[in-house]
Design a protein around this ligand. Structure first.
Ligand code: CP
Length: 309
């Protein structure tokens, strides 16, 4: 039995196989419509979510399976003090696979150690968000045709942004990747990523504060939200929240084939006028997220896709 807790749980070859499967699902949806008949997915969301929870549910329903779960800690027995480990032990009697989002770093791993079904980390605090990373990789591969030889700009909250941490961890395994890390000094990438991932793997990177200067360098611009829920002080959040706003004037500085990604939700960091720019890929990214989660469910449930017709 396998879990997905970190993007590094899958090798590059396994990621390629997963994305090939997601591509096949995109092109042959009917073939997969009953692949999970009789199977149940539990979605255990202790933190708010729109995309991740609903895309998991959409993915399982599109595979013919069923879904159950809760969308807030307050509506579960966590509010009575039940531990994540006990919850996962119990959910293993109700479902065949589960996706868990929790505000505490490491909660998904604790849950996986107690569960007897595959557990998917749907976001643990400021730590990791591996299925967003699968979505991001799938989007880049599909729209750029490769995952290597690119300059990737990561902009915004690089300190608390778990999608950024997961994406860096995943992309450093491909050749020719360079990063431009665009953030205010207060929201820099943490040391454990800078030293433990970038420098350890000799990955070229630069840290800058000015988005305009970075724009012409980039093949991919990955925008992120400054996350109110991760700040200890409201004043500090208010000071940081609009530190970068991508608008049409900034897009004019970028290459014609640059892509803009964003894990969403956005607040102010991408002006609505950018949505109609053909380089804005963030809503297409959402659709890729469903296909790649379908592929992940099939993989973890060990459904033989080759036997489907
Ligand atoms: N990208 C993402 O995780 O969105 P949600 O918080 O809406 O799930």
């Amino acid at each position: 039995m396998r879990h997905l807790i970190s993007p590094l749980d899958f090798s590059v070859a396994e990621l390629d196989a997963l994305m090939n499967l997601a591509e096949d699902i995109e092109q042959n949806k009917k073939k997969y419509a009953h692949a999970c008949d009789g199977k149940k997915l539990a979605t255990l969301f202790y933190e708010p979510s729109t995309r991740t929870r609903l895309s998991f549910e959409s993915a399982m329903l599109s595979l013919g399976g069923d879904v159950l779960g809760f969308s807030s800690a307050a509506s579960s027995s966590a509010s009575k003090g039940e531990s994540v480990a006990d919850t996962l032990r119990m959910i293993s009697c109700y479902a065949d696979i589960c996706a868990i989002r929790h505000p505490k770093e490491g909660a998904a791993l604790v849950g996986a150690q107690a569960a007897s079904i595959p557990v998917i980390n749907a976001g643990d605090g400021g730590h990791q968000h591996p299925t967003q990373t699968l979505t991001d990789l799938m989007t880049i591969r599909s729209l750029k045709g490769r995952l290597s030889d690119m300059t990737v700009g990561l902009c915004g909250d690089l300190k608390f942004g778990r999608t950024v941490h997961s994406l860096i961890n995943a992309l450093v395994r491909y050749p020719g990747i360079r990063f431009v890390l665009i953030s205010p000094a207060e929201l820099r990438v943490p040391d454990y990523i800078r030293e433990g991932v970038l420098e350890k793997n000799s990955i070229p990177y630069q840290e800058v504060t000015n988005l305009d200067e970075a724009m012409p360098l980039l093949d991919i611009l990955y925008m992120t939200r400054v996350q109110r829920e991760r700040f200890f002080s409201e004043d500090e959040y208010l000071r940081m929240k609009d530190c970068y706003i991508l608008d049409a004037a900034k897009m004019a500085l970028a290459r014609q084939d640059m892509l803009v990604l964003h894990p969403l939700p956005r607040v102010n960091e991408i002006a609505v006028e950018v949505d109609s720019d053909p380089r804005a890929a963030y809503f297409r990214q959402v659709q890729y997220g469903v296909y790649v989660r379908m592929a992940l469910i099939l993989t973890l449930l060990e459904v033989d896709a080759a036997a489907l017709s």
